[in-house]
Design a protein around this ligand. Structure first.
Ligand SMILES: Cc1cc2nc3c(=O)[nH]c(=O)nc-3n(C[C@H](O)[C@H](O)[C@H](O)COP(=O)(O)O)c2cc1C
Ligand code: SF4
Ligand code: SF4
Length: 266
């Protein structure tokens, strides 16, 4: 089995690791121009952003050649998946691929601008139970996916209206670095789009939109990255508790040579 994943804060990487010992990072695959994969079973695992896979995953899938008998997709999300399964089925078909099975795991919602991280971390969403159920389904090559309810479709429509009317709320252009920055470089190495650089002892975020994956803001040890118009979590940040900072750097670092964390902190 081959697993291809994208993860900003570790939830999707944690799920990916339940399926394969060495899941393949989509960020690294794109960086290394590796788009062809062949196996008996291939899985795509990534978060939902506005009820869709992140742009980096969508762009990867446009170029990918996935040769397999059983292609499945597992999303991780925090609150509502809406019509994500149908959207993905259609998207894959439009790129010449047929999904055998689509499912999702509800986990901590990492969207810093809107959700209270302490509250999210304290919620019992039965993550292990959900993963166990999906693992069993994949093992028996389950086919299909849950259909969207009318209420969920309507919710998606409203969110997309907001997204189209206020793109800055979702494209990352509201992120900013505060004076609390100590120039440790972590944001430089966890960003899948390579958006940060150090100037002297301060991080500078370059212009242009991004995934808005929150990896920079969530992993900054100083909480020096303000995530949006508001910061509901001035004292709280999130990274999946089973995933180390080093693993996220290895997943997302856009630099040629991926550093070891000690080198960054030094
Ligand atoms: C930009 C952005 C948009 C998101 N949109 C949704 C969403 O539409 N529905 C939802 O339930 N969760 C949403 N989330 C929460 C993530 O999907 C969820 O926390 C996911 O498990 C994060 O995975 P990761 O840790 O692998 O990055 C969003 C998170 C971000 C950063
Ligand atoms: S992670 Fe935070 S403290 Fe470290 S360089 Fe980036 S903004 Fe500064
Ligand atoms: S700037 Fe931050 S939110 Fe945007 S892609 Fe990089 S790590 Fe993700």
């Amino acid at each position: 089995m081959k697993i291809l994943y994208f993860s900003g804060t570790g939830n999707s990487l944690y799920v990916a690791k339940q399926f394969a010992m060495e899941p393949i990072s989509i960020t690294q695959a794109v960086k290394n121009n590796e788009f062809t994969y062949k196996d008996d079973e291939i899985g795509i695992i990534c978060p939902l952003y506005c009820h869709m896979p992140p742009k980096i995953v969508r762009d990867f899938l446009k170029k990918a050649i996935l040769e397999t008998e059983y292609l499945f997709v597992i999303f991780t999300y925090g609150n509502r998946k809406c019509d994500a399964f149908e959207w993905m089925d259609t998207y894959m078909k439009s790129n010449g691929m047929d999904c055998s099975y689509i499912d999702a795991v509800k986990m901590v919602d990492n969207f810093l601008p809107s959700f209270d991280m302490a509250e999210q971390k304290a919620m019992d969403k039965d993550i292990e139970g959900q993963i166990k159920r999906i693992l069993a389904n994949v093992k028996e090559h389950r086919i299909g996916y849950e259909k969207t309810t009318l209420e969920e479709a309507e919710h998606h429509r409203k969110i997309m209206e907001t997204a189209e009317g206020s793109p800055e709320l979702f494209d990352g252009s509201l992120l900013r670095v505060t004076d609390q920055c100590i120039g440790c470089g972590i944001c430089v190495y966890v960003c899948p789009r390579g958006k940060y650089m150090l100037k002297g002892k301060k991080a500078v975020r370059q212009e242009g939109s991004c995934e808005y994956c929150q990896a920079c803001a969530q992993n900054c040890p100083q909480k020096a990255i303000f995530p949006g118009k508001t910061d509901k979590n001035p004292e709280e940040r999130f990274r999946n508790p089973h995933i180390s900072l080093q693993e996220l750097v290895e997943a997302n670092c856009s630099a040629e040579n991926i550093p070891k964390m000690k080198q960054i902190v030094d």
